[in-house]
Design a protein around this ligand. Structure first.
Ligand code: SF4
Ligand code: SF4
Length: 56
């Protein structure tokens, strides 16, 4: 199961460079995770100031 970024995202961009497989990119109104590439490592959740990346 991949991480997903919830609507809490404030598009700060902090998570993008933390992802080891570059699965995160800027979307229209929030950042988004490519579910097929995500390794479930949790690095994005660790740096997000608002806890937007969720494994749920
Ligand atoms: Fe990238 Fe890891 Fe976040 Fe998945 S959980 S998007 S692999 S940083
Ligand atoms: Fe959005 Fe959090 Fe990533 Fe910033 S670190 S772009 S708030 S998911």
């Amino acid at each position: 199961m991949a991480y997903q970024i919830t609507d809490e995202c404030i598009s700060c961009g902090a998570c993008e460079s933390e992802c080891p497989v570059s699965a995160i990119s800027a979307g229209d109104d929030k950042y988004v995770i490519d579910a097929d590439a995500c390794l479930d490592c949790g690095a994005c959740a660790g740096v997000c100031p608002v806890g937007a990346p969720s494994a749920e």
